[in-house]
Design a protein around this ligand. Sequence first.
Ligand SMILES: C[S@@+](CC[C@H](N)C(=O)[O-])C[C@H]1O[C@@H](n2cnc3c(N)ncnc32)[C@H](O)[C@@H]1O
Length: 239
Amino acid sequence: MSALPSPEQKPAYVNRMFAAIAPRYDLLNRVMTFGLDQGWRRFGVRYVAAARHQAPLRALDVATGTGDFLPLLHAAMPEALVVGVDFSLPMMQAGLSKVFATAGQGAYVGGDALKLPFPDNSFDAVTTGFGMRNVADLLGALREMQRVTKPGGRLACLEVAQPRSALIRWSHRLYFNKVVPLLGAVLGGNSEAYTYLPQSAAQFPPPDHLRDLLKAAGWRHIRYRLLGLGAVAVHMAEK
Ligand SMILES: C[S@@+](CC[C@H](N)C(=O)[O-])C[C@H]1O[C@@H](n2cnc3c(N)ncnc32)[C@H](O)[C@@H]1O
């Protein structure tokens, strides 16, 4: 049965879903990815932190959720203001300790990825992880991130992907469609959210298509790396 909402219903649906799973979100992520997810985020952070910086140094994590990117951005760019933006207050609240781990350099801001509450050219480094699947207008979100990035600044966008090898794809599909909803039910008390996850992943544009969308949104020098046996794509781009 489909757990996917219509585009009009998506923001309210996504907001409700993440509010429900917020307290268990980090635990489920670590278990589901066998503890690999922070390494994937670190890969993206290393790329954006190497951007040509212009004082005052600032980094932004869009659809930050429980803020897993914030301490990693702080470690890579200790002088930077590190901002996480999300429209789910319960997710950011569940991740308050991540802001404390930025030694006073971090903040959460409530806001919509489709209408970021920042002026043009504000950030040197922008990250987003596993959030783009959830926005109602993907191209609009890619454009917004481009708008708030300084010229010469960088983006790392992490999202789930379908492994290319047939055998791995088959095992991954089995794991994602059967085991993950079960883990969601047992550990998170919410199998609907973890049924939405593989279904929304199956609908998300494949990496080559996402690269084209990034180009259409005004990004340049776009490339991507597949990690986790091809189950995660990290797109890297510059403004
Ligand atoms: C799967 S979580 C990802 C959290 C985090 N980035 C990570 O790496 O684990 C997706 C997040 O996207 C947020 N989100 C979805 N649509 C959004 C929008 N239009 N504006 C802001 N946040 C949004 C949700 O509230 C949720 O916290």
